[in-house]
Design a protein around this ligand. Sequence first.
Ligand code: GTP
Ligand code: MG
Length: 575
Amino acid sequence: MANSKYEYVISFEVEDEIMLPNIIVVNIDGRDFSRFSEMHEFMKPNDKRALELMNDCAKTVSEQFPDIIFSYGFSNEYSFVFKKETKFYQRRASKIFSLIISYFSSVYVTKWKEFFPQTEMRFPPSFQSQVISCASMEVLQAYLAWRQRECHLSNQYNTCLWELIRNGKSGKEAEEILKGTHKQDKNELLYEGFNINYKEQEAIFRQGTCILKTEVQHIVKYNKDGSPVQRLRMKAIKVHSKNIASRSFWNDYLCLCRELGQFAEDVNKIKPDYVKSFLHGSKMMTSTWIVIRIDGCHFHRFSDVHEFEKPNDAQALNLMNSCAVGVLEEFRDIVFSYGVSDEYSFVLKKESLLYQRRSSEIVSAIVSLFSSMYTIKWKEFFPQKELKHVPYFDGRAVCYPTFEILLDYLAWRQVDCHINNQYNTCFWMLVKSGKSKIEAQNNLKGTQSQEKNELLTRLSGIIDYYNTLPLMFRRGSSVFWHMHDDEKMANRGNEPVRKCCKVVVEHCNIIEKSFWEAHPDILGEKLSCWKPLRCTFPSDSHHLTRRVTCCDCEVAKFARSDNLSPLEQPSTNCL
Ligand code: GTP
Ligand code: MG
């Protein structure tokens, strides 16, 4: 990210590193999955294909991220346990849970047809995720025992419920019958009422599924004499076990003991305080603007593999914009979003109570939905290109306490868009003109905006070439709800005109105050009480030396008070 005087907004980002010796577990859970399963006619109470799809996705995730040593899942949830000493994304919680959920969501979409060849996916699946940090092996053991108990209880309850419904009871009647029943009662009901021996049900339903890493010999090449050269490689395998938190299961696997440790005793009772800690999720401060920023992971490689046009691929950007529109339509608390390159920022209204303002739930729901939409919509935007790599994004949540700082945040992103785009346009034009990448880099070192514009004009032979580029490349994309008159009603004459709302994608200058004045509804704040912040950097800092650049003219204007003399007004056509 390039520098600008708006960079002070970074200081609002909070550290969320999970310290050693905590063991990192990422729990993921289907979002609104009862609707998803109904729309796709999953079998009740268990759909084996849907469970195997979840298992296959979890296996792919654990193969993709080698630090995941053990996973356990049932129904529409999975837990991924990382090796004790993992440095995965330097142990930052939001990076970790967002990447995992994003990857999982994209894989779920990619694999759908393998498991449901006859069923069209009718809407994008999404999941929520969070990091559970386990302070010791004892806590991890309690967590696993707790999840497997949940698998058993919910499966037993649902098996009874659906047998009762199949035999003529209404949903309400069935629930009434099961109220207050114990495990034993349910087993008897199943056996005596429906001739079902619960213990003979498939293990995948009763016990859930584990994904384990085991070491296998793998042939990497052959010697000249034909003898194989073998290396040890980690392979993910699927296992079912009655008690995954027992010593006899766990301590049998060398890899688990080496990377995580042994279980000292068996768990008899799960401590309620531990369960309370598993359910805890931190909330974002009330009455602040929440911004969720997502960013493509390894998109440099992703764009190379898919041969995106350099430096900007209009279709790739349109695909990002289309996903952002989908996110705004789904989460009505998002009032504005801004995207550039492989990133998008989503602004939630100050009063939002979405998921009780729990950051991991908000971030994961948005990043997951965005990822599955990106994967689904790929063919629409790139009909000729096969999706070769799984697209995935990281996400973070940041609170901005005032309207001014929120606008500075958005200005920071747009300044960044401009600086990067101008640099990249010059870089690729130099490369196209025959320079090597190193030469192009050296040519651009230390150049100011004006010089870059002159270079572009010289190389292209077009006066003011930079400003002929599409606005989307120069300004990024703003996505927001637009209020407009209902055209049908407006044409009907005297009736009062109804207002309609739709999500629009525009490429506006959001650094300019005039944009926010023209759209007071977006953030619902009055500009009259808007006092721009003073720059807090020392006058000799490198941030101020950047002022001379074209876009920083805008920055300077934005950060000073309103009563500049006309001579001081910088040009407004920089962006
Ligand atoms: P991480 O985010 O740290 O995983 O790295 P990254 O590889 O995603 O790079 P970063 O997010 O810093 O920057 C985004 C990268 O995506 C750019 O550097 C480009 O390489 C690539 N990219 C994004 N949009 C386009 C595009 O329209 N065309 C091309 N050719 N590349 C693009
Ligand atoms: Mg990226």
